[in-house]
Write a protein that binds this ligand. Structure first.
Ligand code: ZN
Length: 248
């Protein structure tokens, strides 16, 4: 059965709460607040809008609190990049400071502590942004491909696919995903900001999903057989603050 999306809003005191209602074959009325602050409701098509709004109104205190928390979280995030001198980026867990310099050719070069953007003349914002984004994309591609290849080597004696399609996306609620049937592994651009051992561990985690689709005991035993310190490596990933990410 097809899904239908209805947009609406309810008034709670002074505040108008906008919601997106997804009508699909579900049993209950489900409500959650998306990262962009939109309230997402799913309900069966036979539930009247008035009933959906009554439930929303009943939960308005909870929703207002959740939206307030979201605002606080967003306030902690670094301000948007201007791609100017002194701004920070992060690759493999290392904080890099952007430095612009004059040089005959346009180039971006990351070293231990700096991200050196060279050009004959100072570049406008759009071009600075383009150069840095290109570099970060290239870094993601080469690091993630390497991690995926290494994971395949660790699982070489297991029935894994010989070729995998790697996708790179900005994902904020997880580090990676795997669609075994399509041989697709997706890794989050955010992973580039974490240390290399974390990237290796996440790549392997996704690869092991070709053997076990779920997170069963068998899945973890396969994972730890290939990478005994898997849990140690991924521990830092569980406690990263929202303000950790610099590249986006
Ligand atoms: Zn998983």
């Amino acid at each position: 059965m097809k899904k239908a999306v209805v947009l609406g809003s309810i008034l709670c005191g002074e505040q108008r709460l906008s919601y997106e209602l997804v009508q699909k074959p579900v049993k209950n009325i489900n409500i959650h607040v998306r990262a962009d602050g939109m309230i997402i409701v799913s309900a069966n098509r036979c539930v009247p809008i008035s009933e959906v709004e009554r439930v929303l109104w009943e939960k308005s205190e909870f929703l207002l609190h959740a939206l307030e928390q979201l605002k606080k979280k967003q306030a902690l995030a670094p301000p948007p990049h201007q791609y100017a001198d002194g701004e920070h980026f992060r690759i493999f867990g290392r904080l890099l400071t952007l430095q612009t310099a004059a040089a005959p050719q346009v180039s971006v070069f990351p070293d231990e502590k700096t991200l050196l953007l060279s050009s004959p003349q100072p570049l406008p914002y759009e071009q600075r942004r383009y150069c840095i984004s290109q570099l970060l994309n290239q870094e993601c591609t080469s690091a993630f491909q390497k991690a995926i290849q290494e994971a395949a080597v660790l699982l070489a004696d297991r029935p894994i696919p010989s070729a995998v399609n790697l996708r790179i996306r900005r994902m904020t609620s997880r580090w990676g995903s795997c669609i075994p049937a399509k041989k697709i592994i997706t890794l989050s651009t955010r992973l580039l900001e974490t240390p290399w051992p974390c990237i290796q561990a996440v790549a392997l985690h996704e690869y092991v999903h070709f053997l076990h689709a779920d997170h069963s005991a068998a899945f973890y035993s396969e994972l730890e057989r290939a990478m005994p310190d898997y849990r140690q490596r991924t521990r830092p990933l569980r406690a990263l603050p929202y303000s950790f990410f610099y590249n986006e």
